[in-house]
Design a binder for this molecule. Structure first.
Ligand SMILES: Nc1ncnc2c1ncn2[C@@H]1O[C@H](COP(=O)(O)OP(=O)(O)OP(=O)(O)O)[C@@H](O)[C@H]1O
Length: 677
């Protein structure tokens, strides 16, 4: 669709007014706080008819783009999950964030990294304002104007927003330090955050009080299964585990062939410490996750050629640790060849994620791929990239894409004693050298007594590289080596007890645990980013908001409306809507007698309806109707049945609006298009 000249650009960050968008979203019931008439609960939202249709369309296109086009095996698994499963996956022990409290107001709780980030960003903004005030009064006004949205939002919330800007100069060296910290804020653990809070005197911005030491808070909602209360469970924090646990059946379903991918769309639950920023951080949300199971030695991808040419902004970990947030524009092929992205399969999915996001309407200029920093990445993952989308809240992670190695299948297999590996019959036997550990059990028991199992488990679960290191240590140390087991204790072994050696192996069957590449989508975050990127106002009246959704995701595709409430319009109106719906085009009739036609167009612009068919007196005379396109507000006229088919083609993307205007004459309408309710 072509935009009218002078139209305020969609997704333009500079001219964006968040308060105006929020008012529109509430008025048109895109979403609202759940349990609102009971006062609501932070982080829980209900989608209205418009928001829900948008959400379903995002999911539907996700299914088309991934599940259908990539022939994935879609499953639907239980939400309530026994504790044992999540203990094995590591969620019970590690799925947590750090929180701090206001030292004098314990009810004021913050996620520690978000607090540090908000305070440092506010100080940098305050410095920019102070510098501008000193040098150019006009620039200061401009910057002050930019913070108008913050002020409006703050007023709406009725309290002081964290990070409220106080004009104050900072030393240049301090600015550099702050920028450096912000570029790698996800890399700090509890101790690191505590040090930052002390060093930079981070306080509760609303009260000015100091905050407590960061403590870990597990994000899972706990429950019990059954009447005895004996079986502990959790609401799943991601959809992935169900897919891993069904791996054996899925492999069988796929005729024991690898690679293949499973997929699931469903709700996930996280008891977020401080759910702010609307739909971006909620406690219950729709996830769409893919688990691509692949041979660890064959991580190339047969369809890599289809995406390798895409040039994308990659913000790698080296750039971030050097204190910069400037991504590098390179092709996916270059990113994989240079080792920036670990392998082709990961690169392939980065490309597919990009194509999906842009197809649904995310502005490609406000999209980047950021690599996880060392501490941020799950300990088992070997590479992870987030698709981040820029919104008025900053850069937001909307899709994570991780190479989870063989971790998940290995831990579940160990815990359940079920074989979750793949066996491959080799045409030629494979002969290779391998590091192995041989434990002298007779001597081991008397030496380590009750700790024998801990030490044995430690040694037997070492990777080849680790065994090689241990062997080198023993050789250098007169035959003994000291190591620390997972519970923190130190043990020493010598050559009498343990032999670590290289042996030559001949295999006819290759047995391995597949690795998993996991693209994980938060549909709500994509939806909210899309709302910001789609919103614009008409140049002739900045109060008139338009949601410029593409027909692919628009909640309603076609509006059908009468010029007035004349009775002769009733029957063609119903018939047109019926025909459109029969063709699979969601159509909405707006025949409210009280509103003028201009007002009704404006109302549907706010719903993002791309096309409108109007029935008027000429329709009754000669069977023609007008068709209006939302962004240009231009109208064409043609025979009713032809226009209905044209709408179907426009919605399916088979024909463009520009093309349509060459086939049917543009009409001059006397309709007042500038009213609103
Ligand atoms: N609280 C939430 N509200 C809405 N969406 C979420 C939330 N937490 C995660 N997601 C979505 O799920 C996707 C995958 O989850 P993942 O575990 O990778 O997120 P995360 O790294 O924990 O997110 P964050 O660091 O922002 O808390 C994210 O990319 C995001 O789109």
């Amino acid at each position: 669709m072509t935009a009218a000249p002078g139209l305020i650009k969609k997704g333009d960050a500079e001219s964006f007014d968040r308060a105006a968008l929020e008012a529109l979203l509430t008025k048109r019931f895109f979403f609202a706080p759940s349990f609102e008439i009971y006062g609501g609960v932070a982080g829980l939202y209900d989608y209205g008819p418009t928001g829900n249709a948008l959400l379903q369309n995002l999911v539907q296109h996700w299914r088309q783009h991934f599940v259908i086009e990539e022939n994935m095996l879609e499953v639907d698994c239980s939400i309530m999950t026994p504790a044992d499963v999540l203990k094995t996956s590591g969620h019970v022990d590690k799925f947590s964030d750090y929180m701090v409290r206001d030292s004098k107001d314990p009810g004021s709780i913050f996620r520690a990294d978000h607090l540090v980030e908000a305070v440092l960003e506010a100080r940098l903004k305050g410095d920019a304002i102070a510098r501008a005030q000193e040098s150019h009064g006009s620039l200061a006004d401009k910057i002050d104007d930019l913070s108008v949205n913050d002020k409006k939002n703050k007023k709406k919330a009725g309290k002081k927003a964290p990070g409220e800007v106080e004009p104050k100069r900072l030393d240049d060296a301090v600015i550099e330090e702050y920028k450096n910290i912000l570029a790698q804020i996800d890399n700090y653990d509890g101790k690191g955050l505590a040090a930052l809070i002390t060093k930079y005197d981070i306080r509760n911005p609303e009260t000015g009080n100091p905050v407590t030491e960061p403590v870990e808070f597990n994000l899972m909602f706990s429950s019990s299964i059954g009447p005895t209360g004996q079986l502990q469970g959790y609401l799943r924090p991601e959809t992935a585990q169900g897919q891993f646990l069904n791996f054996g059946r899925l492999l069988d379903f796929n005729n024991n062939k690898l690679p293949f991918a499973s997929a699931m769309v469903g709700r996930a639950f996280r008891n977020e410490i401080s759910p702010r920023s609307g739909l971006l951080r909620v406690r219950e949300f729709t996830m769409a996750e893919i688990e691509h199971f692949v041979d660890p030695e064959k991580k190339d991808h047969p369809r890599f050629n289809e995406v390798k040419h895409l040039v994308l902004p990659f913000l790698d970990k080296g750039t971030q640790t050097s204190g910069s947030t400037e991504p590098t524009l390179i092709s996916i092929e270059q990113a994989v060849a240079s080792g920036t992205v670990a392998n082709q399969t990961l690169g392939y999915f980065i490309g597919r994620i990009y194509l999906y996001l842009v197809a649904v309407g995310i502005n490609p200029n406000r999209l980047r791929f950021r690599q996880h920093l060392q501490n941020e990445m799950a300990h088992y993952a070997c590479d992870c990239w987030d698709a981040e989308i820029h919104t008025s809240y900053g850069w937001i992670e909307c899709v994570g894409c991780a190479d989870r190695s063989a971790y998940d299948l290995t831990v579940h297999s160990k815990r359940t004693k079920q074989d979750l590996s793949v066996s491959e019959n080799l045409r030629e036997p494979r002969i290779y050298d391998k590091w192995v550990v041989e434990i002298n059990k007779k001597k081991f028991g008397p030496q380590f007594k009750k700790d024998a199992k801990v030490v044995t488990d430690y040694l037997e679960s070492r990777t080849e590289c680790e065994l090689e290191d241990l062997a080198a240590k023993m050789a250098a140390n007169g035959g003994s080596a000291t190591f620390i087991v997972p519970d923190g204790r130190e043990f020493t072994v010598n050559g009498d007890l343990v032999e670590i050696k290289k042996v030559t192996v001949k295999e006819h069957i290759r047995k391995y645990t597949p690795n998993v590449i996991e693209p994980s989508f938060g549909i709500g975050r994509i939806l909210y980013s899309l709302l910001e990127h789609s919103y614009y106002t008409r140049p002739e009246d900045v109060q008139r908001g338009v949601m410029g959704f593409s027909p692919l995701v628009a909640p309603f595709k076609c509006l059908v409306l009468p010029l007035s409430n004349h009775t002769s319009f009733e029957s063609p109106l119903l018939e047109i809507a019926r025909q459109l719906r029969r063709l699979g085009v969601p159509a909405r009739i707006d025949d409210s007698a009280s509103a003028s036609i201009g007002r009704r167009y404006a109302r549907n612009d706010e719903l993002g309806t791309p096309f409108a068919i109007t029935v008027d007196f000429q329709t009754v005379d000669d069977g023609t109707v007008t068709l209006r396109e939302r962004d240009s507000t231009k109208q064409i006229r043609g025979p009713r049945d032809e226009i209905i088919l044209l709408v179907k083609q426009l919605v399916d993307g088979v024909i463009s609006w520009d093309n349509a205007t060459t086939k049917y004459p543009l009409v001059n309408t006397a309709t007042s298009d500038d009213e609103r309710d």
